[in-house]
Design a protein around this ligand. Structure first.
Ligand code: ADP
Ligand code: MG
Length: 408
């Protein structure tokens, strides 16, 4: 293994030569190993390449006999989920803390990374074919997260009601959106007529997709219905263009707004954004040994994924030398999710891998990719607009104006 890089923070501006700081919180990286599939079990030359050593450590070797020897590569992460790990266990470790953060006002993102067939969609959604009702019970992170989000919201509102006896004191509002990025084109999966939406940025909202449908949801079943609609529209698009699904990124977002009133009548609003990202298959991101032509083609097909790799690389470089340019705007994915990569968000990456020797090279590449990503440091803060803060700012402006009047 190469030397472990030090933690880093995203530079304040892309060109400033700021000295690196060592603050913030690291990106959480979790590995999920899927069971061997039928064709791997039946393949004559297929053995296991990955061995789980404990809850945090795994080794990988192309040769089964060497898996516990020094020749095997060892990796340590925040946790390693073995084949036997259930959807409920993954949700408990990843989903529950994320919802606690979102309800508290922090932006949060979960990425699923890995080669096609490694289990990203299984982890994020579950099997969309199984129908909406079963998805709610047996599904992956998204359906569980949506249900838990509304459960937490109801609990919080109830708690405030018990405290103050007034239901108006705390109110949550949730909007959901579903989009696909394919070949740098953003399609709204809740309104699939919209096929070339643009990412824009403003001071209040940060980066957002202009014109994307954001649907208000009152409860978990409304959110689940949208999730299902998005998944169905995704399937339709997939059937039209074969293998498009593995080359597309899917982003399921919940915008949560929490408005509360203190006893002295001051209003505070917290905004948070939860992104669940089912990334395109990473095999196109691993082109060592490819010809120039293949590289060019791969970059074109998946600019977002290759830019994600470059953003991580540049973030690590900027930690060593300070400053540096982070190419967030070079792709739709990184532009939209820039806060999740070295910015104002709590981020978890789930790397999905196959245990089989057939996938050895792709799995090794996935593990190396996420090992780099775990050294990115984010600076998440509660996103709060307070009436009191606004009043103070207004008064400060007024004092400044009056001072200027006097001196003039
Ligand atoms: P990806 O989205 O990474 O291309 P999928 O999530 O579609 O991969 O998974 C490929 C196949 O493997 C699917 O049939 C899925 O149900 C199955 N699978 C993936 N992960 C698991 C798991 N942890 N347990 C059981 N089956 C899984
Ligand atoms: Mg998939």
């Amino acid at each position: 293994q190469s030397a472990t890089p030090e933690p880093l923070v995203r530079p304040a501006t892309s060109s400033a030569q700021a000295p690196p700081q060592q603050t913030g919180e690291g990106v959480k990286v979790i590995i999920r190993i899927r069971p061997l599939n039928q064709s791997e079990v039946l393949a004559e030359d297929c053995t296991r390449a990955v061995t789980c050593m404990d809850d945090y450590t795994l080794t990988i070797s192309p040769d089964k006999k060497k898996q516990r020897s020094e020749e095997a590569c060892t990796f340590t992460f925040d946790s390693v989920h073995q084949e036997t790990s259930t959807q409920a266990e993954v949700f408990e470790e990843v989903g529950i803390p994320i919802i606690e953060n979102v309800v508290g006002g922090y932006n949060s993102t979960i990425f699923a990374y890995g080669q096609t067939g490694a289990g990203k969609t299984h982890t994020m959604i579950g099997d969309p074919e199984c129908g909406r009702k079963r998805l709610a019970v047996e599904g992956g992170l998204a359906p569980r997260v949506f249900q838990y989000l509304f459960k937490k919201i109801t609990e919080e509102e109830q708690r405030k009601r018990d405290e103050y006896g007034n239901p108006e004191e705390l109110h949550f509002s949730v909007r959901c959106s579903v989009l696909e990025i394919y070949n740098e084109l953003i399609t709204d999966l809740l309104n699939p007529k919209e096929v070339n939406l643009q990412v824009r940025e403003d001071a209040q909202r940060g980066a957002f997709v202009d014109g994307l449908k954001e649907v208000h949801c009152q409860n978990a079943s409304e959110a689940l219905r949208l999730l299902f609609t998005g998944a169905q529209n995704r399937k339709t698009a997939h059937t039209r263009a074969n293998s498009k699904s593995s080359r597309s990124h899917y982003i399921y977002t919940c915008f949560v707004e929490r408005t509360s009133k203190s006893i002295d009548g001051i209003c505070q609003t917290r905004h948070s954004r939860l992104n669940l990202v089912d990334l395109a298959g990473s095999e196109r991101n691993n082109m060592s040994g490819a010809t120039n032509h293949q590289l060019k083609e791969a970059c074109h097909i998946n600019k977002s994924l290759s830019t994600l790799g470059r953003v991580i690389k540049e973030l690590l470089e900027s930690q060593k030398h300070g400053g540096g340019h982070i190419p967030y705007r070079d792709s739709k994915l990184t532009y939209l999710l820039q806060e999740s990569l070295g910015g104002n968000a709590k981020t978890t990456i789930i790397a999905n891998i196959s245990p089989s020797s057939i996938s050895y090279h792709e799995t090794l590449s996935t593990l190396q990719f996420v090992r780099r990503a775990k050294y990115i440091r984010n600076n998440a803060r509660v996103n709060e607009d307070s009436e009191e803060k606004k009043n103070i700012e207004d008064l400060q402006r007024e004092v400044k104006r009056l001072k200027e009047t006097i001196t003039n």
